[in-house]
Design a protein around this ligand. Structure first.
Ligand code: HEC
Length: 218
């Protein structure tokens, strides 16, 4: 009787201990806990992991990150700062011709990166304008009179509430979009200058610009 009781007590202790061991300290799921004193866990070694940025190899070889200022072959960095739209307009020449292939590419890029705000025909009535500031029409006489460089500057550098798309589209695609906008301007009527939106455009930027310094000071 006594020995049976001892055995039962031992078994209970053992299972309690095994529960304690299996719950173990907070290691991420899937990692095996180290045995005491043994730090040679293969799961913890430096190694390449699929889909992960590899800091080890990057530090050792510099292979993963381009060197600062590196430019891919056949690419020229866009040289104008955000406030240099006028200079871009005066100096840049569209390197593309409006061939059917270029226009098709421009249409594709427009319909993937611009249409949400600027609308199917550039009227500034894209779907997100229910929530996002409504852009002015791209069919105004002002935009028609802009040189291509002024137009390409907006996707490259953004303008006020419009973000830059330089990370999503490359300069040649931006030039193709410009040609697509020109193509739409041929068939769309001239839009009147945005009277009320111009007022909001004129007054909207100073407001956010004035707000952050005030917030920063207080
Ligand atoms: C997230 C919404 C959004 C997207 C996407 C967007 N734009 Fe804009 N765009 C705007 C807004 C808003 C303005 C007006 C900004 C301002 O207040 O000056 C603007 C202004 C412009 C202007 C200047 C118009 C003018 O009369 O001042 C051009 C040109 C332009 N966008 C081209 C593009 C092109 C090309 C694309 C696609 C590559 C694009 N935009 C994508 C929101 C957007």
């Amino acid at each position: 009787m006594r020995s049976t009781a001892r055995l039962l007590a031992l078994a209970a202790l053992a299972s309690a201990a095994s529960i304690l061991v299996s719950c173990d300290v907070g290691l991420p799921a899937g990692r095996t806990p180290h045995r005491e004193g043994n730090r040679l866990d293969m799961g913890d070694q430096k190694k390449l992991k699929p889909q992960r940025k590899d800091l080890f190899l990057a530090r050792a070889t510099g292979l993963m990150e381009p060197q600062p200022g590196a430019v891919a072959e056949g690419e020229a960095p866009y040289p104008y700062a955000q406030n240099e739209a006028d200079r871009a307009g005066a100096e840049l020449v569209n390197p593309l011709e409006p061939t059917p292939a270029v226009l098709a590419r421009g249409k594709f890029v427009y319909e993937n990166f611009c249409i949400a705000c600027h609308g199917a025909k550039g009227a500034g009535d894209g779907k997100v304008t229910a929530l996002f500031p409504k852009p002015p029409s791209l069919m105004t006489q002002k935009v028609r009179d802009w040189p291509d460089g002024q137009l390409v500057h907006r996707p490259m550098r953004g303008q006020n509430s419009m973000p830059s798309y330089a990370r999503q589209i490359d300069p040649r695609e931006a030039w193709a979009v410009v040609l697509w906008i020109r193509e739409m301007q041929k068939s769309e009527p001239v839009a009147p200058p945005p009277a009320a939106p111009a007022a909001t455009t004129a007054s909207a930027p100073p407001a956010p610009q004035a707000a952050p310094p005030a917030g920063g000071k207080s």
